[in-house]
Design a protein around this ligand. Structure first.
Ligand code: IPE
Ligand code: IPE
Ligand code: MG
Length: 276
């Protein structure tokens, strides 16, 4: 059912009526369109407190809720969160089960509020080998929110960047074999259209918590010119303030995209700045 833009804004009031949103909104000039977040450190957060790892994941879910609200308030268009990597299947069976249960709880509990807030949910990662109940929930989340446009929340679940790139290469090869395209037509634009992130602009900023400074198979193609902010705090401690500080740090970065200082603003070539 089509939603009137005005109506959508009114239902947003519970989430955006926050004073702390104002300074960030004034910053919009230097604000990123798309932020990716590697939500790391839940286990260590729990261990430090003598708690089981699942407690860290539960608190991590709280931090995710706050981060989504803040992303709306800060005026981002896309927020991609790394919630489960393909390599995370290597964890103990019980922890994997806990993480699956948490994802289900997140969608069951939060989908309505996300929808009312105008959030469009998009899931990236492999779907085929997931259990049917999880697949159904992911489909429901995408389907219910597909007409929303306030913020796109991209959930990287059962996601791996190398696997995504290999799948794109496979799909292109099949198109060549079927005679649909010529191999010589494959360029970076066509390739990007075969990734899970087709149609989503590359992340301007990637934030990783927990002190680790690596991508761990997250958006490797898409992060070609992303800025990185690595924070020592663990994910359950990430909040609106930490998010705002990361955005402020981003706004001070000089993104050159291989060009020279001053040619670009918010990832776009400035008018009059010749691409020489
Ligand atoms: C991030 O926290 C959550 C997932 C990877 C699912 P971790 O569980 O990786 O926590 P640490 O890194 O072990 O502390
Ligand atoms: C990356 O964190 C995956 C997610 C945050 C979902 P990991 O904890 O799995 O990464 P490594 O193992 O430290 O590289
Ligand atoms: Mg970790």
């Amino acid at each position: 059912m089509p939603r009137a833009a005005g109506g959508q804004d009114m239902t947003m009031s519970s989430m955006v009526a926050d004073e702390t949103a104002l300074p960030a909104r004034r910053h919009l000039n230097g604000a990123p369109v798309h932020v990716g977040v590697i939500m790391d450190g839940n286990g260590r957060w729990a261990a430090r407190r003598g708690l089981p790892r699942i407690e860290g994941h539960r608190r991590g879910l709280e931090a995710l809720r706050e981060t989504v609200r803040a992303a709306i308030d800060f005026g981002l268009d896309y927020l991609t969160v790394y919630s489960f990597s393909m390599e995370n299947w290597n964890r103990p069976v019980q922890e994997v089960a806990d993480l699956m249960a948490l994802l289900k709880r997140f969608i069951r509990n939060d989908l309505n509020e996300l929808h009312k807030s105008g959030v469009k949910v998009k899931v990236i990662g492999a779907r085929a080998n997931l259990k049917a109940d999880i697949r159904a929930l992911l489909d429901e989340a995408e389907d219910k929110t597909k007409a929303n446009s306030r913020l796109t929340l991209v959930v990287a679940f059962n996601y791996g960047s190398r696997q995504e790139i290999a799948a794109a290469a496979r799909a292109l090869a099949e198109e060549v074999t079927a005679g649909l395209i010529k191999a010589s037509e494959i360029d970076e634009m066509l390739f990007a259209r075969h990734l899970d992130t087709a149609g989503i602009p590359d992340p301007d900023l990637i934030i990783r918590t927990s002190g680790e400074q690596r991508l761990s198979n997250f958006l490797m193609w898409q992060a070609a010119y992303s800025e990185f902010v690595f924070l020592p705090m663990h994910w359950p401690d990430f909040d609106r303030q930490a998010f705002s500080a990361a955005l402020a740090e981003f706004s001070g970065r000089d993104r050159r995209f291989g060009g020279v200082t001053g040619q670009y603003r918010n990832g776009k070539l400035l008018a009059g700045a010749a691409k020489t």
